[in-house]
Design a binder for this molecule. Structure first.
Ligand code: SF4
Length: 480
């Protein structure tokens, strides 16, 4: 029954294999010898070409997640941070969500946009409104967006999504530009994925919500999303349609976290086995309060401590996959998550349709409560205070470094030679065009220090000269 290469959801996300994994993890959670072996396997190793990480299987990672021996848990955090530094350095990629429409024909029990919610205002942006939202986002300094829309074949057909992508890429306001549009829309056909690819999207993101089929069907009682198989096989169709970079995620709190964790890793293993490349990103949202939604009715909520441990264990299992945390989480939780392996965060997000151009909060079309409500400048400042480099870089995808090309660069550590200088150059753009004086001051100091860390002299000199040009003129968008 268990076949990771099978095209069928129920086989690559095999319920019996997950139950067997959880049993195995319970039996071995105090097996120190095995745990040490797994930790050793996860640790980054120096090779001739750079640094190499083997990653972990869903069974091995599940043993770590079940283990409660304090010194071993501490080791997990240390190795997670080591991996993060080896492949992502101290860079944190910045992005913002852009809600296009909250019309939706589905019945998801955890989302206020569900069809039966009659008291939430419904809204769909016109192209002029998209333009205004993009200008507002550019004025903050954002370069990378994730567009979001409910599933409604009449109100939000693929043509509407494509038109919005076109509009977003076309807006050039002052020195602003959105250089990468990631797309988070409902599972669709190979043909539609092909159209998204042609429109120049970055990552296609689709959260599984839960890998537990029975729970999934109960949580999605009506609408096309009820079909577990169609939803779970979406990433295979996306890759068949030519999309190299896909983003997975589950909504923690809906089902038992250990079940979701094993399912998520099995999904990643499946993509790697069949398509030769695992997920580009994994997101880790938790159920939050929203209009018509009380998170307390879902009895699988997880503590902050367990949440951070999950992030660290994912980091160990899939070392080359980016990890994303949103403003659903508070500043305190985000800080801990960054150290446990997160590589991408949103900033100054609005989770409502038209939220960037509306003054008052909360907005009447909000999908969930935003815990971290700081401005982008404040988030950038905060990251730099902690020694991170906020990066607005979008170069890889624009230089064709996607899918397995990105992964092979990443696996040999070569990505450092592009990403580090690119992060510094895009941070410099942000500082010049959008930052407050104090943010500028600490930012330019940070850039000076970080330039010295670029290993090759030639790259260091080019980066330095580009940064001088960014400071001296309106020239932007240098990239390696
Ligand atoms: S989660 Fe998505 S599909 Fe479900 S109701 Fe919300 S917007 Fe619709």
């Amino acid at each position: 029954m268990y076949d990771i290469k099978s095209p069928h959801a129920e086989e690559f996300i095999c319920h019996e294999e997950i139950l067997e994994t959880l049993r195995y993890a319970d039996e071995n959670k105090d097996n120190e010898e095995l745990i040490d072996q797994i930790l050793e396997k996860a640790r980054p190793k120096k090779t001739e070409k750079g640094v190499h990480c083997e990653g972990l299987t869903h069974r091995e990672a599940s043993v770590l997640l079940a283990c409660e021996i304090p010194e071993k848990v501490q080791k997990m955090y240390e190795i997670a941070e080591e991996i993060k530094l080896a492949f992502y350095g101290n860079r944190i990629v910045m992005f913002a969500p852009l809600y296009l429409s909250n019309y939706c024909v589905n019945g998801c029990l955890y989302c206020p946009y569900h069809l039966k919610n009659k008291h939430i205002a419904r809204k769909k942006l016109t192209q002029d409104e998209v333009r205004n939202e993009v200008i507002a986002l550019q004025d903050m300094g954002h370069k990378r967006l994730a567009i979001e829309a409910g599933e409604d074949p009449v109100k939000n057909p693929i043509e509407y999504i494509l038109e919005c992508i076109d509009t977003i890429y076309s807006v050039q306001h002052k020195n602003g530009a959105i250089r990468r549009v990631n797309v988070n829309i409902a599972a669709t056909t190979v043909e539609n994925y092909r159209k998204l690819k042609e429109a120049g999207i970055g990552t296609y993101i689709l959260f599984q919500e839960t890998y537990h089929k029975e729970s999934y069907e109960k949580l999605h009682p009506t609408g096309p999303k009820h079909n577990y198989t169609y939803h779970t096989e979406a990433m295979d169709r996306a890759m068949e349609g030519g999309i190299d970079d896909v983003g997975l995620g589950v909504l923690f709190g809906l089902e038992l976290y250990r079940y979701e964790f094993a399912g998520l890793l099995m999904h990643a293993e499946h993509l790697e086995a069949v398509h030769g490349v695992g997920p580009h990103t994994i997101s880790v949202p938790r159920v939050k309060r929203a209009d018509d939604i009380d998170p307390d009715v879902f009895d699988n909520g997880i503590s902050d401590d367990m949440f951070i441990k999950i992030i660290a264990c994912i980091r160990l299992a899939v070392p080359y996959t980016g990890m994303i945390i949103s403003t659903r989480e508070s500043e305190q939780v985000r800080e801990r998550a960054l150290r446990a392996g997160i590589s991408q965060i949103s900033g100054a997000s609005r989770t409502s349709v038209g939220g960037y151009t509306e003054e008052e909060r909360p907005h009447d079309t909000e999908q969930f409560d935003v815990s971290d409500q700081r401005t982008l400048d404040e988030v950038v400042h905060w990251l730099m205070d902690m020694g991170f480099i906020p990066s607005f870089c979008t170069a890889c995808y624009r230089e064709g470094r996607t899918g397995d090309r990105f992964m092979s660069l990443c696996k040999t550590g070569q990505i450092q030679n592009c990403c580090h200088p690119n992060a510094l150059m895009t941070l410099c753009e942000f500082l010049m065009d959008y930052a407050a004086e104090d943010t500028k001051r600490i930012g330019f100091d940070l850039i000076e220090r970080e330039l010295e860390k670029i290993p090759t002299e030639k790259t260091r000199e080019i980066a330095r000269s580009n940064i001088e040009q960014i400071k001296a003129s309106n020239r932007r968008d240098f990239r390696f």
